[in-house]
Design a protein around this ligand. Structure first.
Ligand code: KG4
Ligand code: ZN
Length: 345
């Protein structure tokens, strides 16, 4: 297939999204509906509600996307959908939607790994020069925290992962303890801007041990105990919370940097890609950029608008696979858990 127009559906968690992409022209449409408002009242994502809402939103997003791209369904050459990892019911709605459209139009439909979408999303920024293989990838999202060696597209080696909470979860759970609304990551980051990151020293687990694994689950307990201990006697509780937020964020950023530097030392790569929802975090971006410059390395992030879940990254990943993965399988194969190393091209 030469320069196909690809329509992708993303529905792995609480964003319903449809994008249309063509290699030569880039993004033709990138429509996203966030369910945040709906889940906020429950303090987190309710899987059944997420699945039902995807079903409601996808037809609306499809119309919007086709209008934006100024094309109709018959112009679409191939479909793609997020097949995992994610919430099974949510994945099922998007996968069925894309697969059915493909079937009706007699087009192929590609099952895409959500984290490969995130991993390749910085390429949508058209960096010049682009990241060079092999490079390192730090994936930091709500469900994952992984360091990978990317030898090529579809050739991923897992170097390290979290043993418990992901970075996104650490942000969200700590934010909840601090009384911030869902999703807590961006709220906690906003609060951290007003705080003193040096006021509290928090544990940086796994940094003194060799290896590239992470552990973040202890941090939320540390913050809960710290709040209990300090809040009663604090004259300025708002400042205290901001200082805790800033100290927490610094702890996470420092921990990630220690591991990235270790990965740089152990592997002969110049470039590092950072992607996933938490890659929108400004403190992380600035700290990693400073570190990379000092060591003559390069770090790449997705555009801010593509850090969170979107279908454009899924379409892009499909575009990279489309001529190498023929024919696209007819069966619907969705997975709640799925190892990136298993999607070899
Ligand atoms: O990649 P993503 O949109 O969804 C998953 O694939 O999980 O990541 C969502 C996560 C959430 O935990 C959210 O709180 C976090 O990314 N996040 C942030 C920021 N923006 C989003 N965490 C810290 N700082 C941010 N600015
Ligand atoms: Zn994601």
């Amino acid at each position: 297939m030469k320069n196909p127009i690809i329509l992708a559906v993303e529905s792995s968690c609480d964003e319903s999204a449809i994008a249309i992409y063509q290699n030569k022209k880039g993004a033709l449409a990138n429509e996203i509906f966030s369910q945040i408002e709906m889940h906020r009242q429950y303090g987190g994502v309710v899987p059944e509600l997420a699945a039902r809402d995807h079903l409601k939103r996808l037809p609306i997003l499809l119309k919007q996307a086709l209008t934006k791209a100024n094309c109709n369904l018959k112009d679409i050459d191939a479909f793609a959908y997020t097949a995992g990892p994610g919430l099974l019911g949510a994945l099922m709605t998007g996968a069925n939607y894309a697969r059915s459209l493909a079937y009706a139009l007699n087009r192929p439909a590609y099952a895409i790994h959500h984290m490969e979408g995130h991993l390749l999303s910085p390429f949508l920024a058209n960096f010049d020069p682009a990241p060079e293989f092999p490079f390192l990838a730090l994936l930091v999202s709500g469900g994952h925290t992984q360091l990978l060696l990317v030898k090529n597209i579809g050739n991923y080696e897992l170097l390290g992962t979290t043993l418990d909470d992901s970075v996104g979860e650490a942000f969200d759970k700590t934010a909840k303890i601090m009384g911030l609304p869902y999703p807590g990551g961006p709220e906690l980051a906003k609060l951290a801007e007003k705080g003193n990151p040096e006021r509290f020293v928090m544990p940086r687990p796994m940094t003194n041990r060799p290896g590239l694994n992470f552990s973040f689950s202890g941090l939320k307990t540390h913050v809960r105990l710290l709040l209990e201990k300090t809040l009663q006697n604090e004259k300025n509780p708002a400042q205290l919370k901001a200082d805790i937020a800033a100290s927490f964020q610094k702890t996470i950023v420092d921990t990630l940097i220690i591991k990235c530097e270790r990965a740089w030392q152990n592997h002969n790569c110049r470039d590092l890609i950072v992607a996933g929802g938490v890659s929108a975090n400004q403190a992380l971006r600035e700290a990693l950029e400073t570190r990379a410059k000092k060591q003559n390395k390069r770090v790449f992030f997705p555009p801010l608008a593509l850090c969170g879940d979107n279908a454009l990254m899924i379409a892009y990943a499909a575009a990279q696979r489309i001529n190498k993965q023929n024919p696209a399988p007819l069966k619907l194969d969705i997975k709640a858990r799925w190892n990136l190393e298993d999607i070899k091209l």
